[in-house]
Design a protein around this ligand. Structure first.
Ligand code: ZN
Length: 196
C-alpha cells in the first residue's frame, strides 16, 4: 500500500521548554525552507485551533509568526481592515514600532500554556511592521483582538509568555497550575502532539 500525502503530526512546545525562553533569530531570506516552515505552522495552528502561533512555539527559534485571527471583534484600526481579510497570514521579522499609552485588560490564553487563562494589561493599539511571505512590507496601526494577538505573539519571539506579564495577584492565582503544567511537560520534552 502506498501512503500518499501522509501528514506529519503537529507539535507545539509548552511552558518550560528552552526554545520558548530564547530570543529568536531574524529570518535572513524567505526561501523554500522558510515557506515549508510556514506551511507546517499553518497546519499546526489549524489542528490546535489557535489564532496565532509564533515559530518558537513550533520549536523554531526564528522571527516568524502565523496569524489566523477571526474577522469579528474589530476596533476599526487600519491594520485590522487591511490584515483581517488576509487571514491566515504569515509574517516575517515582525516588529512593534510604537504602542498607545491607552491600555486594555483582556483575558489571554496560549497554545503553549494549555488550560490556563488570565487577564493581561497591554497597550490598546500598536504600530505593527512586518513582511509577508510574498515579500510585501507593511506598517499599520492595529488594535482590537488583532492588536492584542500581535503583542502576545511577538513576546514569544523575545522569550516571553503571557504568564510573565501578570499582575502579582493574578500571578499568585495561577502559579500552582503553571508549576504543574511545567513539571508535567518535563516527562514529554515539553511537546504537545496533535492527534489529527
Ligand atoms: Zn502564545
Amino acid at each position: 500500500m502506498i501512503f500518499k500525502n501522509k501528514k506529519k503530526s503537529s507539535v507545539v512546545y509548552t511552558a518550560g521548554a528552552a526554545v520558548l525562553k530564547k530570543t529568536a533569530e531574524p529570518v535572513v531570506a524567505v526561501n523554500d525552507e522558510i515557506r515549508q516552515y510556514a506551511a507546517d505552522m499553518l497546519q499546526a495552528i489549524r489542528v490546535f485551533d489557535g489564532i496565532g502561533l509564533a515559530a518558537p512555539q513550533y520549536g523554531l527559534s526564528l522571527r516568524m509568526v502565523v496569524f489566523d485571527v477571526p474577522g469579528n471583534n474589530r476596533s476599526g484600526t487600519p491594520g485590522e481592515e487591511y490584515l483581517l481579510p488576509r487571514m491566515p497570514l504569515t509574517v516575517i521579522n515582525p516588529e512593534i514600532i510604537a504602542r498607545s499609552s491607552e491600555v486594555d485588560e483582556r483575558e489571554e490564553g496560549c497554545l503553549s500554556v494549555p488550560g490556563i487563562y488570565a487577564p493581561v494589561v497591554r497597550p490598546s493599539r500598536v504600530i505593527f511592521r512586518a513582511q509577508t511571505l510574498e515579500g510585501e512590507f507593511f506598517e499599520l496601526e492595529c488594535g482590537g483582538l488583532l492588536g492584542r494577538c500581535i503583542q502576545h505573539e511577538l513576546d514569544h519571539l523575545d522569550g516571553m509568555l503571557f504568564t510573565d506579564r501578570l499582575s502579582p495577584e493574578v500571578e499568585r492565582r495561577i502559579r500552582g497550575d503553571l508549576k504543574r503544567l511545567e513539571s508535567a511537560g518535563q516527562s514529554r520534552n515539553y511537546r504537545r502532539i496533535s492527534k489529527k
